[in-house]
Structure formats: C-alpha cells, structure tokens
Design a protein around this ligand. Sequence first.
Ligand code: FAD
Ligand code: NAP
Length: 529
Amino acid sequence: MQDRDVIVVGAGFAGMYMLHTLRRLGLATTVIERGSGVGGTWYWNRYPGARCDVESMSYSYSFSEELQQEWVWPHRYATQPEILSYANHVADRFDLRRDIVFDTAVTAAEYDDSEKRWTISTGTGQAFRARYLVMATGCLSVPKVPDLPGLANFNGRVLHTADWPREGYDFTDQTVGLIGTGSSGIQSIPLIARQAKHLTVFQRTANYSIPAWNGPIPEKRESEIKSNYRALRQKSRASYAGDYADEYYVSILELSSEERTEQFEKRWQEGGFNYQYAFADAMVSEQANELAAEFVRNKIRAIVKDPQAAEILCPKDHPFGAKRLCVDTQYYETYNRDNVSLVDIKADPIIEITEGGLRTGQANYHFGVLVLATGFDAMTGALTKIDIRGRHGVLLRERWRDGPRAYLGVAVTEFPNMFVITGPGSPSVLANMILACEQHVEWIAQLIEHAEENALTEVEADREAQEQWARQVTESASKTLYVKANSWYLGANVPGKARVFMPYVDGFQVYSRTCDAIAKNGYPGFHLR
Ligand code: FAD
Ligand code: NAP
C-alpha cells in the first residue's frame, strides 16, 4: 500500500494539470490512469476525422505563458493526433510521467472516517492511501455499446469510435455499416466514406451540424492571438462558454427578416459554435430557436441532392442546440456520394444485428464492418462505475440513483476530501472543457491549500448547500430549451439512468465568479473540520 497526499484518477487534461498544480503546492501526488498514455479523450477517440470543435488556440492550456507561446497549432481545429501529441508534449515538458501509474484502472475507493484517509484499489491489485482523492475521470470517458439484439453474432469487425484500435483501421475495399449520428458519427462518416467500398449510415435522430471551415491558421492570426494571449484568455474566462470567440448576443426575434437571414448566414460562414452562442434567445425562445433551426434545415436541403435523404437529415424532433451542436467537415456533402446510403431507423427500426449485417422491419443490410458511434454514459458513468464509498460505507452510485448531486459540481456530501473535476452541476460540457478543467483544478488546489495551511483534516460539502445547488441547476435548465431533447446531457441515452439535466447552464463566467466568491468568503457550504 502506497501512502500519498493526493490520488488523482485520470490523466486527461484535467488530471495532468491537477498533478502539476499539486506538485507546486509540495503535495505528494500520484495519478492513476487506465490507458497506457496521457491525453484521456484524445488517447481513446482515434477514429478517422476526430478533431476538436472549439478552436485549438482556445482549446488548449492557458496556465503556462511559455507553453502557449511555443506550441504551434497547424489548423483552426486540430486533429486527434495533433491534440494527443500536444498532451504528450505537456507531459514531457512538465515531467509529469514519473508520477503517473498507467495501465491501471481504479475499481474502488473507500473513505476511512477515523483515519481521514481514502483507500484506493485498482484492477492490478496495487493499492494506495491518500488524504485527498481527486476524480479527473472525464465526462465522456465511458463508451456506450448499445444493447442491440444479435450483436454478439456479427461475423465481421465491430469498432466503437471511443475505443478505436491504437494501430488505426483501414476501410479500403470494405463494406461498412455505421450506427450513430452525433458528433463522432458526423466527424467520421466523411472520412470512412472516402475509403470504404460502401458505407451505410443508420440514423435514428438527425442532428444539427454547422461547418467547421477548417484550415491552416493564417500566420497573421496566430501572431495576433499570441501577442494578445493573456487578454484573450481573460476574455474566455469572462464569457458564457469559456471561449474567446466573439459573442454578440443578438436577439433573433428583434431582427427583421432580412437582418436575421444576414446574421444566420454570417454565423454559418464563420462556422462552429458561434451559430448557437451568438444569439441571446436561441436557447430560451422556441420561436427564435425554430428560425435558427429552419435556416440550418434549408442549408441541408441545398447541399444534399437527393430530396428524400435531405429530409431524413433535417432534424425536426428537438430544438436546435438542445443536443450538442456538431461541427463538421463535408458531412452533408458526403450523402451526395454514390458509395454512401442513409437508412432512417426511426421510421424503420433495427430488429437485430445478423451474422453479415443487420435487419430492420423492412430490409436486410449487408456489411463486413460495424462502426458504433453510439456515444457515452456521460457525466456520471466513470464515477458510478467505481465502487466509491464515503462516510459509513455509503456508495456514491446509490446516492446518485435518482440523479447526481454535487455542491458546485465539485464536492459531494458524505464523501469528504473527494473532489470531482467538471462534475455534474458545473458548466463542464457546455464550456470549452480545457478551460473548465483549469478553473476546477485551480479552485480545488486553492481549497486543498487552505485546508493544509489551517491544519484541517476534513473538507465536506454541506447537505443543504448541495441540495440547494442541485435545485438551482435544475431550475435554470428548466427555463431553457436544453431540456427538450432526449440528450446525454439529461442521461436520456442510457436505459434506466435518472433523467436529470446535469450541466450548469447559467454560463461559465457566472459559475466561476460564484466559485471565486465562495473561496473568498471562507467556503460557505463546506464543513471545514
Ligand atoms: P478525459 O480526457 O476523459 O480523461 C479522463 C481519463 O480518466 C481517461 O484517460 C480515462 O482513461 C481515465 N479514467 C476514467 N476512469 C478511470 C478509472 N476508473 N481508473 C483509471 N483511469 C480512469 N471538449 C471541448 O471543450 N472541445 C472539444 O473540441 C471537444 N472535443 C471532444 C471530442 C471527442 C471525440 C470527445 C469524446 C470529447 C470532446 N470534448 C471536447 C470533451 C473532452 O472530453 C474534454 O474536452 C476533455 O478532453 C476532458 O478532459 P478530462 O481530463 O476531464 O477527461
Ligand atoms: P452522441 O452524441 O451521444 O451520439 C450517439 C449517436 O448514436 C446518436 O445519434 C444516437 O441516436 C445513436 N445511438 C445510440 N444508441 C443507439 C441505438 N441503440 N440505436 C441507434 N442509434 C443509437 O455520442 P458522440 O457522437 O460520441 O458524441 C458525444 C459527445 O462527445 C458530443 O456531444 C461532444 O460533446 C463530444 N464529441 C465532440 C466531438 C467534436 O466535434 N470535437 C466529436 C465527438 C464527440 P439518438 O440521438 O437517437 O439516441
């Protein structure tokens, strides 16, 4: 049993920065990571076309001026290999690997009330004890394999986008079936289509996607950002989504019909998330949302030549942006290829996977490779998978049966000295997540430092503060259109999971100001013992 001050679980962007920060406080810290390398999301999701959807010069660490000045992002939206190589560079530059235990999954963590220590067990049999436990296990790190009848009988290769083979996969001359048209499907479909003999896409829910217009970052733009990086990062921290892209907050309903078309076209041509975040009323007014949605549908109708396929691709059953917006490269254009077909499995659902493909109510489809772009048990999956036992042996999984509850999305009552990075109830997935990770890491480190300086042995969220926070998160979400889709934000994609809207919708800037005020005022809502 190894004794440490802090155990951090997960070596993605959150865990790496947590380690770096705790080291600076002089705390003996070990990170435990299931994978064989750093990078988290970018270590596992190696499917063709995987890229970030927040611009790289923003979706990157801001904590080191030297790092952000020296690193060169070749494209507006970096590819998975580029982001992974950045994560590896950070690990080398800050000498992180010597305190990371790889190829080791944490299976259980138990709090000892009398010793004020966490005991952490792993799949390799190695065990650790620590005063603090930081869960940097990720919001999107547990791939969801759908319970499709007959899946085990399939004779060909099954690939999940979030658990892609390290050596890659060559689709040349292959017939491919792909299920899932969220961001992972939408990014991978155009590239698989270019390689495969034939690709059949099985779509249950059409999604809204905005073009990335990806390309090299012009030198002038790079130098403008780099000479102004600090100010831009501050701007990100003071913004709704933690990004320095301009947010104008135009109200769709206040614009004339011509102005509206002009604004939508402008955002479409800029590409990416500004199409959603530029409009103050897009996520609160059904009428405004429908106007933004119809503009996207008309773009789809203009791009996709087969009118029947175009209609299937037009989302009509949920508000624009209520499921996470996708950002694509040539997604809709791909359906104009002769080697791509689209099957509407909402109209004609899958009955079973067969040995050589799949069968719907009306047809049989044949393919040799099945790609599952079917998403994740998001936000809570990585935490509830582990047997985390707090005070008196209470199980986190049980406590969260009716939905997760965490004060500030960071701390859970009955689980003292445990902190969750980008946990449910924090902006997390609605923000630029590297910035969201940095904000949490810095805030948690400050709290631990406060505890160390004041010889505190226990930090625990107050039950009433936690309940009040959960009520506020739910209430804010219920005033938006986010709750009007069966999304993973709500846990709706996992059968049996409680339907609770998990991210904090009031904005990254409001959230981080709240956290700062709590720290400044001596941590109300926490018991400091
Ligand atoms: P992760 O990167 O998920 O890291 C968590 C780590 O914990 C993993 O390495 C995992 O193996 C490890 N772990 C989990 N459980 C255990 C356990 N029991 N024992 C040991 N180790 C464990 N966000 C954005 O803001 N912008 C984007 O453009 C963007 N693109 C994305 C693209 C994809 C394909 C996906 C899936 C997500 C994307 N996200 C994006 C969200 C992304 O998850 C975050 O941006 C960020 O990478 C999260 O970092 P993290 O360290 O919190 O979690
Ligand atoms: P996702 O958004 O949850 O999409 C999963 C897709 O699989 C949906 O189309 C879903 O259909 C379908 N599906 C699931 N189970 C199915 C079943 N049994 N039968 C038929 N279809 C089924 O997952 P994701 O695409 O992996 O993305 C998850 C999140 O990761 C994103 O929202 C984003 O935050 C992040 N991400 C970002 C990027 C990026 O662009 N940078 C790329 C990938 C992922 P239904 O909608 O009908 O359930």
